[in-house]
Design a binder for this molecule. Structure first.
Ligand code: CP
Ligand code: NVA
Length: 301
């Protein structure tokens, strides 16, 4: 059976730890100008049903650094966008390319694609999860502060795809996660319950931030929820990560945001542009962490 990466939980604990260390190594190689074309002539198919800056550029750049190539496929230009079944697209594409990444709406569509694909498939964001981002986030934490195991992370805002991936990361990397969401915007109950008592759920951002080693947030309206923007702005008004909230966390707490960010909505400019923020390292690490992921998936027997 092929190993795919549809959620973080497709990785074993050992694979996850090894991947983070490998991402750090690959970053060092890149910085040293060391050529590491381990995957010459390998091709990645990149299917985007939603917009992207970081994900597209990091995967495409990663494949080039590995000596391979990536093909950007949008529904505007492909038969997928004109209704060719996912199963057929998966069978055809995977006979040509060596690995596929897919950014789409339903997790179920991603799973269906993977079921019919003869090559590894990567979740590059769905409505349910964003696991690639978590690899970069954990790498960033480890680089700045060492092991994330046993640490306390505060998630402030929407119980969305990023929040779900943080819950899975808490299981995989064994950290505590305090989640503060407004009533009605909680994460999925099944995902939450599976993570057990590592998770504390509250409607009070201040409670979630108490003694946290890291604070993170995300947009209030995700891609596909644009029409709910105004209603969400009202519901999340008291959930902005600002200096007062950061003061409740540990003195050396890091601030992360997967980006794109809306300053003065989910985060104040003083926090995202302040000294505790590591968002640019976090964004860069998408490249290195995903290269480690590509390597893991392409090297599988
Ligand atoms: N964080 C993230 O996935 O960014 P993009 O939407 O720009 O890919
Ligand atoms: N929750 C956001 C993350 C963007 C990277 C979204 O899905 O739009």
């Amino acid at each position: 059976m092929i190993q795919h990466f549809l959620t973080l939980l497709d990785l074993s604990d050992v694979q996850a730890q090894t991947l983070i260390q490998r991402a750090i190594e690959l970053k060092a190689k890149q910085k040293a100008g060391e050529i590491h074309e381990y995957f010459r002539n390998k091709v990645m198919g990149m299917i985007f049903d939603k917009s992207s800056t970081r994900t597209r550029v990091s995967f495409e750049t990663g494949m080039v650094q590995f000596g391979g190539h990536a093909i950007f496929l949008s529904p505007r230009d492909t038969q997928l966008g004109r209704g060719e079944p996912i199963e057929d697209s998966a069978r055809v594409l995977s006979r040509m390319v060596d690995i596929v990444m897919l950014r789409t709406f339903d997790q179920e569509n991603l799973e269906r694609f993977a079921e019919y694909s003869s090559v590894p498939v990567i979740n590059a964001l769905t409505d349910m999860y964003h696991p690639c981002q978590l690899l970069a986030d954990v790498q960033t934490y480890v680089e700045h502060r060492g092991d994330i195991k046993g640490k306390t992370i505060a998630w402030i805002g929407d119980g969305n795809n990023m929040c779900h991936s943080y819950i899975n990361a808490a299981r995989l990397f064994d950290f505590k996660l305090n989640i503060a969401t407004p009533t009605g915007f909680e994460p999925d109950t099944n995902i939450l319950q599976a993570a057990g008592d590592r998770i504390m759920l509250t409607t009070d951002p201040a409670q979630a931030c108490q003694h946290a080693d890291m604070v993170t947030t995300d947009v209030w309206a995700s891609m596909g929820q644009e029409e709910e923007q105004a209603q969400r702005e009202a519901a999340f008004a008291s959930f902005q990560v600002d200096d007062n909230l950061m003061k409740l966390a540990q003195k050396d707490a890091l601030f992360m945001h997967c980006l794109p960010a809306h300053r003065e909505e989910e985060v104040s400019a003083t926090v995202i542009d302040g000294e505790q923020s590591v968002v640019w390292d976090q964004a860069e690490n998408r490249l290195h962490a995903q290269k480690a992921l590509i390597e893991l998936l392409l090297n599988q027997k």
